[in-house]
Write a protein that binds this ligand. Structure first.
Ligand SMILES: [Zn+2]
Ligand SMILES: [Zn+2]
Length: 111
């Protein structure tokens, strides 16, 4: 199949900021409701999988380069097709993080 480069973006075709590939149709994209940024589901899948496997879920935010801080939630992770066990791992990490924050309560971070 020969692909032709289209310079005119039609309204249904959008560019993913992670891989710079354009896709047509919403099925290929995850649109974050908090900020409206969108990325291919495959890109978000790989991105989230990598972060969760490293256990650093504070980095599990919108991959936009503008420094967007919208958090990727479990609904987003399901939408991009992450396996349930990876999502459960993420949920466990967030619970641990919440407990850590509670234990930190009362501590002066500058001390
Ligand atoms: Zn992409
Ligand atoms: Zn964003």
């Amino acid at each position: 199949m020969i692909e032709t480069i289209k310079y005119t973006l039609d309204t249904n075709e959008s560019l993913c900021e992670i891989c710079y590939t354009s896709h047509t149709g919403n099925d290929n994209f995850l649109v974050l409701s908090g900020c409206g940024h969108f990325f291919c589901k495959l890109c978000v899948n790989a991105y989230a999988n990598d972060i969760i496997s490293k256990g650093d879920i504070t980095k599990l935010i919108c991959p936009d380069f503008s420094g967007c801080k919208i958090v990727l939630n479990e609904v987003n992770l399901r939408e991009v097709g992450l396996p349930e066990e990876v999502i459960e791992k993420e949920i466990r990490f967030s619970i641990n993080q919440a407990i850590d924050r509670m234990e930190d309560f009362g501590w002066c971070p500058m001390a």
